[in-house]
Design a protein. Structure first.
Ligand SMILES: Cc1ncc(COP(=O)(O)O)c(C=O)c1O
Length: 386
């Protein structure tokens, strides 16, 4: 198995380690926030980029057929999902793509549904475009989350919802949705003519015993599903700014292409294409190594919390490398930020970033780092919450 190499990323202009002061107003924190990994990308990616850099000519890049083949093969082999080349459109990231889809497929004042806790840009892409956020929170029992179909149906019926943004697997709660759950959601969207946007950026970070089902692979309502994915979470390539918009329906494609002509961002940098192609072609062994570390870190942290902070509730991590922890019994009589920063010395994602007050005692911890950092974080939590 390819060796997974941990990098000391301090002073490398990386957001996670070098952007702490800007984000948290404090320097001496252990960073487990923004969703990237502290591991070197697969060796094949580094080699391919070095070769390209060595040539020293960086004129306009022509995307080769082999790029599309690499992605299409990956989807088929890993997810049993048959993607056609003509469905694929470029975006520099999944977040820009979310903004574009809201602009392209909804009108001002339209209602766009999400389910909190939700990745913060889900709010921004709706609100910043003058659309209305319609939130139907997930239902939570003892740290296990499900969609609230009855409430979703009631609101879809009453409020002319135009779009639902699904996160699959789900950041921050770590659920991998089952086929029957997705079918139920898709049926609701179909019944009320709601466009389903499936953010599947975490699709390859799936823990043992779970199976990722791309929404578009189910074969129902495919003319009203737009999927978004990327190699960025899978292979730690966020900086390569290369994401996929998948539009299986011709009419949706035409609408999107009209929109895209006006913003004219059709293609990214050669560096991004080369990194992504090589990762899909040669990165599987590396990914398996990283998944093993994530699983080990999760088991370590979960056992630690069960033993040392028994009143905390850890959500079962099925997918993503983001652990969602309810610390209410330990934080409810404290200043949350002061405790986590001044006493625990942690830079984590605060629960309220994902949907406000209801989540203010939750934290999201990024597990994609070396186990020593997770062990340190757990000790810090224990000491700081005492
Ligand atoms: C659900 C989800 N969507 C999108 C992104 C970011 O996408 P990008 O960097 O491609 O814009 C993240 C990153 O954490 C994420 O968790």
């Amino acid at each position: 198995m390819e060796k997974i190499i941990y990098q000391d990323r301090k002073k490398t202009n990386c957001e996670k380690w070098d952007g702490i002061f800007q984000k948290f107003g404090k320097e001496d924190l252990l960073p487990l926030w923004v969703a990237d990994m502290d591991f070197q990308a697969p060796e094949c990616v580094g080699k391919a980029l070095q070769e390209y850099a060595k040539k020293g000519v960086f004129g306009y890049y022509k995307v080769p057929e082999s790029f599309f083949e690499a992605f299409i093969n990956w989807e088929k082999e890993r997810h049993g999902y048959h993607v056609e080349k003509e469905w694929i459109r470029f975006a520099p990231g999944v977040v820009p793509a979310l903004f574009w889809l809201v602009q392209c497929f909804t009108e001002k004042e339209d209602s766009v549904m999400i389910s909190t806790p939700a990745y913060p840009p889900f709010f921004h892409c709706i609100e910043d475009n003058g659309r209305k956020v319609t939130d139907v929170p997930l239902k939570c029992t003892d740290g296990h989350y499900e969609m609230d179909y009855d409430k979703m149906e009631k609101i879809m019926r009453e409020e002319q919802v135009k779009m639902y943004i699904l996160c699959s697997p789900h950041n921050p709660i770590g659920r991998v949705w089952k086929e029957e759950e997705l079918r139920r959601l898709i049926s609701l969207c179909e019944k009320y003519h709601v466009l389903l946007v499936a953010d599947e950026i975490h699709q390859d970070i799936i823990l043992k015993g779970n199976r990722q089902i791309p929404a578009g692979s189910i074969g129902q309502y495919t003319d009203k599903i737009v999927a978004l994915t990327a190699a960025s979470k899978t292979f730690n390539l966020a900086d390569c700014q290369n994401a996929f918009i998948l539009l299986a329906d011709e009419k949706l494609r035409e609408e999107f292409d009209d929109f895209a002509e006006k913003i004219h961002v059709m293609q990214g940098s050669g560096f991004g294409y080369i990194a992504v192609q090589n990762a899909y072609e040669g990165g599987l062994d590396w990914l398996n190594g990283v998944l093993k570390i994530i699983e080990e870190n999760y088991v370590y942290a979960r056992h630690f919390i069960e033993r040392e902070l028994p009143e905390a509730v850890v959500s079962e991590l099925q997918g993503t490398y983001l652990m969602w922890i309810d610390l209410k019994p330990y934080l409810q009589d404290k200043d949350v930020v002061q405790t986590l920063q001044e006493k625990c010395h942690l830079a984590i994602d605060y629960g309220d970033w994902f949907g406000g007050e209801d989540w203010k005692y939750y934290i999201r911890v990024n597990l994609a780092t070396k186990t020593e950092n997770i062990a340190q974080a757990m000790e810090n939590l224990k000491r700081g919450l005492e």
